[in-house]
Write a protein that binds this ligand. Structure first.
Ligand SMILES: C[S@@+](CC[C@H](N)C(=O)[O-])C[C@H]1O[C@@H](n2cnc3c(N)ncnc32)[C@H](O)[C@@H]1O
Length: 220
């Protein structure tokens, strides 16, 4: 990671902290469309525990817990995780949801082949270099057991909002201090080459709405 990127990474963590402190429940209480899909897909596979990465204040972690899953949620914003823990307590879900601070640029804590399912809504489109993204997907592959499932959603390059973002180089763009990446199909396919492809679906979500991709893959 070069110095410029270290700076960008630090600035992003601060940007998210500030955003969650200024606006608690920033992403709203409604679960994402990808979380609904994940609940269906994991449930059909007989899975009842999920590792969620980039969980924010936990709208999806709490939804999954309400559906009966045990969820371990991580994010690099302690402010967001505090909001998640408080809401879990209010709803009496704290026995089913745990939350831990973790920057996904660092190795994932679980041991090899011990995790049944990983879920990440709008995390992989954050400010990662291509090497960091490959490293993260490699770590997810390492911790999943064979046959384990990975469901994630990212912004699509077709999203009209992409035009309002300023290019930073290296495929990253910035808007209002948030940096991220918009994905086309080829980049998605490359990211999980070697995994068993189960489903890749374009969709739109939100009031604007944003165009996104939802991807489901399994570890062979
Ligand atoms: C667009 S938000 C999505 C939050 C949540 N998944 C949701 O859909 O409500 C992206 C989240 O990724 C987190 N994030 C960004 N970079 C991260 C990193 N390097 N490690 C861990 N979390 C990160 C941010 O703090 C933020 O909570």
């Amino acid at each position: 990671m070069n110095t410029g990127h270290v700076e960008l990474a630090r600035a992003q963590q601060e940007r998210w902290e500030t955003a969650y402190a200024r606006q608690p429940q920033l992403h709203g209480a409604e679960p994402s469309a990808a979380a609904h899909w994940a609940a269906e897909t994991f449930g059909a596979a007989g899975i009842d525990d999920v590792l969620e990465l980039g969980a924010g204040h936990g709208r999806d972690a709490l939804f999954l817990a309400r559906q009966g899953f045990s969820v371990h949620a991580t994010d690099f914003s302690e402010t967001a995780l505090d909001q998640l823990r408080q809401q879990a307590q209010r709803e009496g879900l704290d026995d089913r949801v745990t939350a831990a601070l973790h920057d996904v640029r660092d190795p994932l804590p679980p041991a090899d082949a011990t995790v049944n399912a990983v879920f990440a809504n709008l995390l992989l489109n954050m400010a990662f270099t291509p090497e960091e993204l490959r490293g993260l997907v490699g770590e997810i592959h390492r911790v999943l057991r064979p046959g384990g499932l990975f469901v994630y959603a990212v912004w699509s390059a077709d999203d009209p909002c992409a035009a309002n973002w300023q290019e930073l180089g290296g495929g990253l763009s910035v808007h209002d201090g948030f940096a991220g990446r918009f994905f086309d199909r080829a980049r998605l396919d490359e990211l999980t080459k070697g995994w068993q492809a189960i489903d890749t679906t374009p969709y739109a979500e939100g009031p604007k709405p944003h165009r996104m991709w939802r991807v489901t893959v399994a570890k062979r």
